[in-house]
Design a protein around this ligand. Sequence first.
Ligand code: NOJ
Length: 561
Amino acid sequence: MNKTWWKESVIYQIYPRSFNDSNGDGVGDINGITEKIPYLSELGIDVIWLSPVYKSPNDDNGYDISDYRNIMDEFGTMEDFDKMLAEAHHYGIKIMMDLVVNHSSDEHAWFQESRKSKENQYRDYYIWKKPVNGEPPTNWGAAFGGSVWEYDEETGEYYLHLFSKKQPDLNWENPILRNEIYEMMRFWLNKGIDGFRMDVINFISKDTSYPQGEIREGHKYGNGSKYYMNGPKIHEFLQEMNKEALSGFDTITVGEMPGVSVEEGKLYTGTSRNELNMVFHFEHVGLGDGRFGKWDPREWKLTELKEIMTKWQKGLEMDGWNSLYWSNHDQPRAISRWGNDSDEYRMVSGKMIATCLHMMQGTPYIYQGEEIGMTNVKFNDINDYRDIETLNAYRDLTPVSLTHEEIFKGIHERSRDNARTPVQWDSSPNAGFTTGTPWINVNPNYEKINAEAALKDENSIFYYYKKLIKLRKQNEIIVYGTFDLLMEKDEQIFAYTRTLGEDQLLVICNFSAQNTVFTLPEDVRYSSKELLISNLNVDENQSIEEVTLQPYEARVYRLKK
Ligand code: NOJ
């Protein structure tokens, strides 16, 4: 396993709109981020993944870009950006930008030109098709509802949009478009940024025969995903991008990849393949999806989670690399999803899930607010939600497919807005996020859960994360050790070892609200042990052959052979 800085890093994701507002307009901004760099430095992270800050009409909060080389007005100016970058670098923190190039905004100059006429030089920057018998060319449904095809009167053709109709897909078959993108990437790299998180990057190569998708029971549209996920030319495009845009720079890259398998993950991240450093797979975050995906969730089992995580750990162990995440701006809050956000168990379970993730092999990601144990929010009025995906799902699924009560259960558990309520900085009005009116309401629990309180409490989740990050810096085994699952069939305990040469770690996590007994398998042998970290007080001399774990207890031991 070759050693690199990005394998040894911990990444912190900032969703700028909800991070920190410096000018009182209710929207987080770049100067707000700059103000908080010392806070992030105190936590000890190495890299910031910055969700999009480019010019955008905000149909999808910046994931619809109208100008790739300028900053969104609400977020500030290019000067502010340069200052933030310099400040981050001053603190030894790198910046990884979001790269959204499967699609642009329909307000991008390229699309404005493209829609004008079939002869326009930008026509082929997007994917245009003639109607088939007066209908769209395929039956595929879009991620945010409706068809993926939008009819444009101007030229009498449809354009493809896998997300909203204001997010037309770029045509990667066109080499001129590809070069524009590589040039734009070099523009940012030359500015000094340190890498890219690539939005749905495994969607850029489509099956250009555009077959019909299968229509599942209860659905109006067909599922076209197998014709655009991990498509025919995806590896060719990524290798070209690597050569044309990234080579010559010392970067970190991660590809967001819904529907990626471990086998494909090996191809995307294999060292000799020169594509990406790592990918975000979706297998664990999709656990419990119902007939209508996240909107009618079912219970999931710990054995299901362990199977998924283990498959990825073992699959990329020898070559390739994992990214490790519980949450991001598209997912519910980590504690509410994987731990227990009740008053009784929030702190202990927040530390437990952090332990379980940060001790695995891969680069860990912390989503803003996770380090202070922020939780999901329960707005009861649909008008309090802002997310296009949530609003469209409510519009399209109620009352025929799901009742109001059913979909609200799904929204409370899984809506993207759970992650998008403002970061809770202190107990002052609006959690210290803004002096104005926030663009989305603050979670009412901010008086109790906030960064100021966390920084004052030496037992806080914040300091626990800080310790986990520090341990990674001090123990190579946390980065490079191999992974082996223990107690595979247990529905309460997630336990595993990490091994590097003669060194071994034993990680034990109770994912349940009950006491439960951990039994050390006989083949784990050791002559001495040392407790590295735990989320409850532990008698260090206690034997580990059999341990009664308390609810959500987590421990990590270093074992000497
Ligand atoms: C994935 C992003 O993370 C999400 O926020 C966005 O809506 C879609 N891609 C479309 O860009």
